[in-house]
Design a protein around this ligand. Sequence first.
Ligand code: C2E
Ligand code: MG
Ligand code: MG
Length: 596
Amino acid sequence: MHQLLIRQLQQHLGQEAVPEGPWQPLMEAVDRHYATIDQAQLLLRGVMDASPDLICFKSAGGVYQGCNTAFAAHLGLSESALVGKSDVDIAIEETAAAVRALDEQALHLAAGEQHFSERWSGDLHGNQVCIETLRTPYFDVTGRLLGLIAIGRDVTERRLAAQTLQRQANMDGLTELPNRRFFAERLAHELKLAQRSKLSLALMVIGLDKFKEVNELLGHDVGDALLVQVARRIQDVVRETDVAARLGGDEFAVVTPNLHDITDVERIAQNIIRRLAEPFSVLGETVQISASVGIALYPINAKEQEDLLKNASQAMFFAKSSGRNRFSHYMFALQEAATHRTRLTRDLRRAMDVKQFEVYYQPIIDLRTGLVRKAEALLRWNHDGRGQIMPKEFIPLAEDNGAIVEIGDWVFREAAQQVKAMRASFHPDFGISVNASPVQFRSSRASVTNWFAILAELDLPGDSITLELTEGVLLKAEEFGSAKLQAFRDAGFQVAIDDFGTGYSSLSYLKRFDVDFLKIDHSFVRDLETDPGDKVLCEAIIVMAHKLGLKVVAEGIETPAQLALLTEAGCDYAQGFLFAKPVPASALLHTLQQLR
Ligand code: C2E
Ligand code: MG
Ligand code: MG
């Protein structure tokens, strides 16, 4: 650089060499000055080339003025080939325009300010790379804008890792469909769009029929592989704009936005059902399943996301219960459920007359002695068209229309006769528990008082019967007629609180009404082995009951482990499939003898 200056000086002076004399000290100073600048430039170059970042500087007009070796290598050009060129000379038009736009933004910044950007583009080898770039303008000492410095960094790996993480958080690991969480996000988004566009949207919930059997029969590997294939088939069938997801287990969902015609969803649902009914070939096994699909529509069936999901699920269960391998609309499911209820209520009225009710009995085991001296009477309805109907389905209807009073009296009479028979044939202390509904106490018909007469008729003492009441009955005793309750106590009936822990779990009434037994609801027993909270709760109920002088019956014991935990906790009685399922009267004696 300073050589140039000397040459200019020489030309200026018209001389070949700089003359000795007064110039000499000046020239030496200039020499030293430029030597320092050279040094600084070497240093700068060294630092730049040592950096793995991609560094370049350009004029304000976008002409490259220099770069480091990393940048040159990235472009596959030498620095000298680059200098003097602009992006339009070295990149495709689209890239050049994008880079120029970013440069422009940086050139408008004040000294010291920085501009960040991130771009994906193809590298020399055709791979997509993500470059994060920091741009800053630079100025001369007078503050005039000279150009910009850009420092780029390849963040491809970091971005890919972040994408993988995101995918893991959003995708179901097995089927690679969106998971329930991400699906909820997408659904929320689609609902917002639907609201804005005033178009309908359909949500389908797909439940596989008989998947559990496949899993149990052929193993989880086959089950998993099957789910992957199911996911693929569902995705094949839905439109590109639809969102398919796995909600968990054997449940999938599809959102169909921009719905112009309801038959569109039905067609998709039908296609899904058809495709999933075709045989699968999974790990060398041929597997045949089917699917039940529930459809709920926005905004007709529900406006809120949660309701929409709930309704679609309900419709799916309806499709399952009406024969599987079909779809059902929520609207239709609702209507059906209503007519179903009306029909059942109607049938209920004549069920007594045509003798469709039957009482089953489930043994209750004394854990201290291992002996069976009790059973619970559980009602069944042998419907002519629908087979056996369980009490959960018809007791509420019977309560609503008051039929429970008559039915309850009949159950009581059956149970009393059974006590009489078992006392004669099995053990003289045998007793039976009878479930009583609050409605039976509220009734103005003095129904329950007939019960004393029934016992007297059969010459049975009051303590041969235990009344099972829910917490609500005792809690609202005034309303239900505490006098009637007291009359039962006076007659020697024993009282058990059924489903303890699911309701109010208030303790004061236990003392007030002198309850004999607490029945721990089977929902607590079910998860005893897995849920430490339930274990603590059962233990606490038992300790508390014993303090109050009550005995504890655990319901729904199905496994030896549950039995062991409850025995250890000091539970007094046990009832559950582990010992015996509820059996018809004709099988009771035999069942009791098997158990002792
Ligand atoms: P609950 O009184 O709590 O009866 C226990 C229920 O648990 C019975 O159901 C019984 O079959 C079931 N169970 C017993 N052991 C097991 C087990 O190991 N695992 C499982 N998962 N379940 C078990 P069920 O017979 O369907 O009765 C349901 C409910 O209907 C009864 O619950 C009771 O509240 C009511 N109910 C039954 N019969 C009558 C009745 O004559 N009158 C009234 N008012 N209600 C009744
Ligand atoms: Mg009960
Ligand atoms: Mg119960």
